[in-house]
Design a protein. Structure first.
Length: 105
């Protein structure tokens, strides 16, 4: 060490006190009777949760990927998407549930 320099002590947290943050998860609902099928949610979802269904409307194909970022909610021009934050180990919904007349895949 040269004259005029101060030594800095860097302390690290003990490994047992640092825990990884739990993953944010979302439960996604698309209201088909409001959706006009513009495809914004399918094209721009950062986690690729949506796919186009046979009628050209989005379906929630990979709900387990959802991080509840709400991009789809904020950008849907028809207000047809709702994302609920899933807490803890709450199970995801099963596919095959009908929302607004169409069957989820």
């Amino acid at each position: 060490m040269q004259a005029g320099e101060e030594s800095q002590v860097v302390e690290e947290a003990p490994p047992e006190t640092t825990k990884p943050r739990p993953k944010r998860r979302g439960r996604v609902t698309v209201f088909d009777n409001w959706c006009k099928g513009c495809g914004l949610c399918v094209a721009f979802c950062p986690r690729k949760v949506f796919e186009l269904g046979p009628e050209g409307h989005p379906v929630v194909a990979h709900e387990e990927r959802c991080t509840a970022c709400n991009w789809c909610v904020y950008h849907c021009p028809d207000f047809a998407i709702v994302v609920e934050l899933v807490e803890g180990d709450e199970p995801a919904r099963k596919t095959g549930q009908s929302v607004g007349g169409r069957v989820r895949r």
